[in-house]
Design a protein. Structure first.
Lengths: 228, 234
């Protein structure tokens, strides 16, 4: 029997079902399914999942992240994802087509890189790939940190939220799943993105977030007209 | 014979409880737990890199806890800094938390738990443990269950719940038994005893503790959910 419904907030150790299939964010003891996190229940395909409301980023295969180069070695870079785990980017991923004697010519300590996680080891160490898409070194620009668990709220349903922010602020935004956003645009646009993301980060749970973010962004575009 | 409690409570009645989470914006998770004249605030940081490095475990994370009493928390000033008693309580808190938190999910990392007592009127280790477990849940750590802790005891010949400092110092003899439970698992993660008690009385005390912990557990769940009440509307 199921004890919860969709979007219910549950606490760790709360029994979700005495007979069921547990998905993400749950654990089972016998047939019983319990929540592992403080989070919201999502029921899909007969599976019970719990989405965390808060927490640290754990590397996962296929995630697109924004990291910072922490060290340059002979054949690889060490990348800082903002958590405690070791992450490396191999030199062959840079795909230059010619031999590079010193890797710091391509990317040096402190540079920001957009990459994809290829593998995650048992000790949570991961390796990155740069093939495809916009992956690679990002030019220095504004970076915004946010709660990594709120990324689905920032993206919105089918990207509705992030597309609205992009449109109204006229900024180029790249989201990293590790809780970092890279923003390129004019000064006012950047400010608008910053306040929008901070708003989602802090009060996403207060309801009607889409409308409130839209209002905030509108305020910035009014100011823009006045400035002209 | 101890027939009526100093503050007029029933023998199985807890002092008024206040619970709150998310009180420290800089921490990953935080909580405040107040029971009568005892108040604990807890902050959780991590998972982060292990320092010092020799504590690191390659297959699981570790918990480092610091418990401290504020100088102004007791009638005579408490000397700041960690003393023998603080070290003991830090250890029992981190041991109890490691039963509740799934440490194998974040190998090679460290969770720092800081608990400070701003007001002390007996039962501080139970208040600390309850606050710490709520802060861990607030920080989004994977947990088997929340911890609900309560001090029970024997005053004179009666078994009572949630002793105050005046009761602990009762001339007729008082025994203090702090107990911590994982209520939905029905596991005991902390049981200490200071004083004299018979086997039957201890069993009765644990039974009473279980009943009282259940009450605290319900309040904990409500407090954690209160902050996210709008989330449930989708």
């Amino acid at each position: 029997m199921l004890f919860v419904k969709n979007y219910d907030v549950v606490t760790p150790g709360e029994m979700l079902a005495d007979e069921g299939i547990g998905g993400n964010g749950t654990y089972s003891e016998g047939k019983k399914v319990f929540s592992k996190f403080l989070g919201t229940v999502i029921l899909s395909n007969g599976q019970i999942n719990v989405n965390q409301l808060n927490g640290a980023y754990m590397p996962k295969e296929g995630d697109e992240i924004i990291g910072r180069i922490a060290a340059v070695e002979d054949t690889y870079w060490v990348v800082d994802l903002g958590n405690s785990y070791y992450c490396r980017l191999d030199a062959r991923e840079a795909n230059t087509g010619y031999r590079v004697e010193d890797l710091s010519e391509l990317m040096n300590v402190g540079d920001v890189v957009y990459a994809k996680i290829l593998r995650v080891g048992r000790d949570m160490s991961s390796s990155l790939g740069l093939r495809g898409g916009r992956f690679g070194k990002l030019p220095a620009n504004m970076l915004i940190k946010f709660n990594p668990m709120k990324i689905s709220r920032i993206i919105g349903k089918d990207g509705s939220m992030i597309n609205m922010i992009r449109e109204r602020s006229k900024c180029d935004i790249i989201l990293g799943k590790n809780g970092v956003a890279w923003v390129n645009g004019d000064k006012l646009g950047k400010e608008a993105v910053l306040s929008a993301i901070n708003m989602i980060d802090t009060d996403a749970y207060m309801g009607d977030i889409f409308e409130r973010v839209r209002e905030t962004l509108e305020k910035f575009s009014i100011n823009k007209d006045e400035a002209r | 014979m101890y027939e009526e409690r100093f503050d007029g409570r029933k023998f199985d009645e807890l002092r008024p409880i206040e619970l709150e989470t998310g009180i420290i914006p800089n921490a990953n998770g935080s909580a405040r737990f107040k029971i009568g004249g005892t108040e604990a605030i807890a902050a959780v940081y991590g998972p982060a890199e292990v320092k010092p490095k020799h504590l690191e475990r390659s297959d699981r994370g570790i918990i480092v806890c610091k418990y401290d009493m504020m100088p102004f928390s007791v009638p005579d000033r408490a000397k700041p800094g960690v003393d023998r008693r603080d070290m003991e309580i830090s250890l029992v808190i981190s041991n109890a938390l490691s039963r509740a938190i799934m440490l194998d999910e974040f190998p090679k990392s460290m969770i720092s738990v800081y608990v400070y007592i701003t007001q002390a009127d007996a039962g501080t280790r139970c208040a600390s443990l309850t606050a710490a477990s709520m802060a861990c849940a607030d920080a989004g750590l994977p947990m088997r269950d929340l911890i609900a802790a309560v001090a029970v005891g024997k005053i004179g010949d009666s078994i009572v719940a949630d002793l105050s400092k005046a009761e602990e110092d009762y001339e007729g003899g008082a025994t203090d038994i702090p107990i911590a439970f994982l209520p939905s698992k029905d596991e005991i993660v902390l049981l200490q005893l200071d004083g004299e008690v018979s086997k039957e009385e201890l069993k009765k005390a644990i039974e009473l503790g279980r009943k009282e912990a259940e009450k605290i557990y319900e309040l904990e769940k409500a407090a954690l959910k209160r902050r996210f009440m709008y989330e449930s509307k989708g």
